[in-house]
Design a protein around this ligand. Structure first.
Ligand code: ZN
Length: 249
């Protein structure tokens, strides 16, 4: 399968490194052609936007000028070197956000995403060993103490993200809330169908009660969902920033 990838790279990150990550992600999702704009982020995180490719939406309103004419499918914002919250795992962060945005370009929206994908915590084994080098970083060659210090702080940040039990708990709760919403949506629909088919007043009143029950549970789980979305947002500011922007929900 021949892949077509057009990168408008307005950073000094290696285009070859970016290409390697982007192509690997496209292969994962069976995507053959994408145009991507890469710019610097004002924050310390990788952030992104993905257009709901092929869906009828007002592009200008939803995605801003870059998307008004459909020039780009995805916009990626990368932190400037030295500003990245987790430089050692920059390629991994890019891969995660990239995969998330690619799903948007296939029309997938947040409620239909697994929480890990939705919050860009998903494993990306296809990007293992990849890197994203920066021009300055290559020529400057920091040595000795500064380099070691950088490596240590990066490791500490990675460990903190991995071992934050509050985040792990919030993600688990979020997942439970999503499952609850899905479960009660299904039951509500079933009750509505049964009500419509109901043969007598007795049967219909039974299904009317079931509908009310399903609606109450649905409301409760939707509230939970919103609460844990906010919680995960609080606990993972750098990863989330990209996801929040992505898709322009
Ligand atoms: Zn998104």
């Amino acid at each position: 399968m021949r892949l077509k990838l057009e990168i408008d790279n307005r950073t000094e990150y290696s285009k070859a490194d970016l290409r390697r990550i982007f192509l690997a992600g496209m292969r994962q999702l069976d995507i053959t052609h994408r145009r991507v704009l890469v710019v610097y982020s004002r924050s310390s995180s990788v952030t992104g936007w993905g257009a709901y490719y092929g869906t009828a939406t007002n592009w200008r309103q939803q995605y801003g000028q870059h998307y008004a004419d459909g020039r780009y499918h995805v916009k990626m914002r990368l932190p400037r070197p030295g500003r990245a919250s987790d430089p050692a795992r920059l390629a991994t962060s890019i891969a995660r956000v990239w995969e998330h945005e690619l799903w948007h370009t296939k029309g997938r929206r947040h409620p239909a995403m697994h929480p890990e994908l939705r919050w860009c915590h998903q494993p990306v084994p296809w990007a293992e060993g990849m890197e994203c080098r920066h021009k300055e970083a290559k020529s400057v060659k920091p040595k000795g103490r500064s380099r070691k210090g950088e490596r240590q702080s990066a490791t500490a940040a990675a460990d903190a993200a991995k071992t934050d039990p509050r985040l792990a708990l919030a993600l688990r709760r979020l997942e439970q809330a999503q499952a609850g919403v899905a479960r009660w949506e299904k039951r509500l629909q079933a009750a509505q169908r049964a009500y419509a088919r109901g043969e007598d007043a007795n049967e219909r009143s039974h299904w009317a009660l079931e509908q009310g029950k399903a609606e109450r549970h649905l409301k409760k789980y939707r509230q939970k969902l919103r609460r844990y979305e906010r919680r995960v947002l609080e606990l993972t500011p750098h990863e989330f920033a990209g996801v929040a922007a992505g898709g322009g929900r």
